[in-house]
Design a protein around this ligand. Structure first.
Ligand code: K7E
Ligand code: CUA
Length: 636
């Protein structure tokens, strides 16, 4: 009897403990069927993350690459801003690409797509401030093209948002200005200022961008964009604020109208119109005026100064919400097409058809305060960031169009990104909150706070916060792609190196002088520069062409010149050229600035700068013994 009672008591206690403790732990997000939060972000030493995440660097002008779910910062890709560590913007090729500009404001990374899914080939990103778009090749994680400044556009924020087969990347003017940009009084804004939507073509083979078309738009502030997919493929959507056409005190004057708009652009029709010669050349771009060319753009009303516009994975719905509205407006692409077909619209002063809000709306989802951006999972749910509430709301795309879950984020979320969350097939594993304020979340580093990002598990019915991680200034949007879709190489094949100035044989290393121009054809291999003594005259223009002839992983050499701002890094198999002007007569050393080998510290040399009257040889060849040694090293 006594033992029977004891068994019951112990059994009940165990039951209580299991229910209570596990329940408690789940409520804290600490442990679920998928393990604790710590286990779910832990990537064992030597193992790799499942996703690459590309964060825009905002006004740092760069891209930050993170591994997910570990939230580890893996590298930074310099894009719009010089980066001395790798010599980006210091060697002649990247300097020319930057075109003399030393900053950019990078907001929206856009991975290339095939059939509406990320294909791992290229990454595009906008420089809002100079209306430029960069293409990073994911075969080497380097910036290969900066297109722009795009003519006629002042700042490209709604950019680049590639189409489902990367036919186009887009840009729309955040600031309106006269087109072409000639003098006008700011007070004449409504008469002379114009907005622009630009479609930039992408070469399907190598990703090269070129001008497609431009469309003259009303002088609103064009804000964000997304590409149609599935049934809506061929269309591109752009939100705007300031349909009030104010040029000052926008924080008050641009919030007067009940409705602003999103524009729906039929980019195939626009390109066709250009090909048929219906465009006017302005500032070097073919510009279409919707007054004359019909059927290329329509406006759909959106309440209260919208920000993001996001098309769901099936391509049926376009989601936008006013920043000053507590709802997401879900528009039906089919209803939009039906209204266009039935010619159910009025034409505004700019000759653009305006559809009726109620004709296009599918649903309104009461969501919370300050909705900005929406992403999607694989189960028919959407996730919308709420700036004012500092929350993410999860809601059902489809009846009953209701909010299912909310999670607090810290603090003041802008964009959010879901794993492959703007493709046709989101993976439904993670959402990352990109918070504008970090306040007290990290060790205090003084007045310049880092930004805050947070990894959230969305696999279960409730969102679970897994990890906080700081980011450098200042990511806006980010995108996350399955790691196995990206296959970068790590060594440039030397036999395919066709850069001018490349030296592939040690015997060809030399210095050539023609007048006051000196070309140094230099080989770098562990742990020697050949030649390592260079003779020039005062004031000579010296061009260093340095080839790293190594073919081993992770053996980069640096080339830094003392008393200068000149430094670059040369990857295995690569040739880089850098210009330097010889100063006063004397000795100017150079060295390998990237730790490469046990004798890295010995990898150095001298530039002998002779006075003007004291000539140097027009052809200088390094010591033949040294050349033979380097040649032997290259054969290994
Ligand atoms: Cu919302 Cu520039 Cu896309 Cu910032 S933007 S948040
Ligand atoms: Cu080469 Cu250090």
């Amino acid at each position: 009897m006594k033992r029977w009672l004891a068994v019951i008591v112990i059994g009940l206690a165990a039951l209580w403990a299991s229910v209570h403790l596990s329940g408690c732990a789940t409520a804290n997000g600490a442990r679920s069927a998928r393990g604790s939060a710590a286990e779910r972000v832990y990537v064992k030493p030597g193992e790799h993350d499942a996703y690459y995440a590309f964060f825009s660097g905002g006004h740092s002008g760069q891209i930050f690459v993170y591994g997910m779910p570990s939230c580890r910062h893996i590298t930074t890709i310099p894009v719009f801003t010089p980066e001395p560590a790798v010599g980006y913007g210091y060697d002649e090729e990247t300097k020319a690409m930057l075109g003399g500009r030393t900053w950019g404001d990078a907001h929206h990374p856009g991975l290339s797509e095939t059939d509406g899914d990320y294909d791992g080939r290229w990454l595009f990103i906008n420089d809002m401030v100079s209306a430029r778009i960069a293409r990073i090749d994911l075969s080497d994680f380097k910036t290969h093209q900066i297109y722009g400044p795009i003519p006629n556009l002042s700042a490209a924020h709604a950019c680049p948002f590639p189409t489902p087969n990367t036919e186009y990347v887009f840009a729309a003017s955040r600031f309106s200005a006269p087109v072409p940009n000639t003098y006008s009084k700011v007070e004449d804004y409504k008469q002379t200022f114009k907005g622009i939507v630009a479609g930039i073509k992408v070469d399907p083979k190598d990703g090269t961008m070129s001008m497609g078309f431009e469309i003259l738009m009303p002088p609103f502030d064009w804000d964000l964009s997304d590409a149609g997919k599935g049934p809506s493929a061929g269309w591109q959507f752009f939100t705007c604020y300031n349909s009030e056409e104010a040029y000052d005190s926008l924080e008050v004057k641009a919030s007067q109208n009940e409705m602003d708009y999103f524009a729906a652009v039929d980019w195939r029709a626009a390109q066709k119109a250009v090909d048929e010669g219906k465009a006017k050349q302005i500032g070097g771009a073919p510009v279409l005026d919707p007054k004359d060319v019909k059927g290329i753009v329509y406006l759909v009303p959106v309440p209260k100064s919208p920000h993001g516009v996001d098309v769901n994975p099936t391509g049926e719905f376009v989601c936008c919400s006013g920043k000053l509205q507590a709802e997401v407006n879900v528009y039906s692409f089919k209803k939009i097409q039906d209204a266009i077909a039935a010619k159910k619209y009025t034409e505004n002063a700019f000759g653009i058809p305006v559809l009726a809000y109620d004709d296009c709306l599918e649903a309104k989802v009461p969501i919370g305060l300050g909705p900005l951006h929406t992403q999607f999972d694989d189960k028919g749910n959407a996730y919308t960031s709420l700036f004012l509430d500092s929350q993410i709301a999860k809601w059902k795309v489809g009846p009953p169009w209701n909010v299912i879950d909310k999670i607090d984020v810290y603090y003041s979320i802008g964009h959010l990104m879901a794993s492959e969350g703007d493709t046709r097939h989101p993976t439904g594993e993670y959402v990352v909150a990109l918070d504008k304020l970090s306040k007290d979340r990290y060790l205090n580093v003084g007045p310049t706070h880092p930004e805050a990002a947070q990894l959230i598990d969305i696999r279960g019915p409730k969102m679970e916060l897994l990890e906080d991680f700081p980011t450098y200034l200042e990511p806006h949007y980010a995108q996350m792609i399955k790691a196995d879709k990206v296959k970068p190489f790590t060594v440039y094949p030397l036999d395919k190196n066709d850069k001018p100035g490349a030296v592939k044989k040690a015997e060809d290393a030399r210095v050539e002088k023609h007048g006051n121009r000196v070309d140094v054809y230099m080989v770098a291999v562990r742990s020697h520069f050949t030649p390592d003594v260079v003779r020039v005259n005062e004031g000579d223009d010296v061009w260093f062409h340095v080839t790293n002839v190594e073919q081993d992983d992770d053996i980069a050499h640096g080339f830094g010149i003392l008393n200068s701002s000149n430094n670059m890094q040369i990857e295995p198999g690569e040739t880089k050229t850098m210009h330097w002007v010889a100063g006063k007569a004397g000795i100017n050393p150079f060295y390998c600035s990237n730790f490469c080998s046990a004798l890295h510290q010995e990898m150095q040399g001298y530039i002998e700068i002779r006075p003007k009257g004291q000539p140097v040889a027009n052809l200088q060849r390094p010591d033949p013994k040294r050349v033979a040694e380097v040649a032997a090293l290259m054969k290994e």
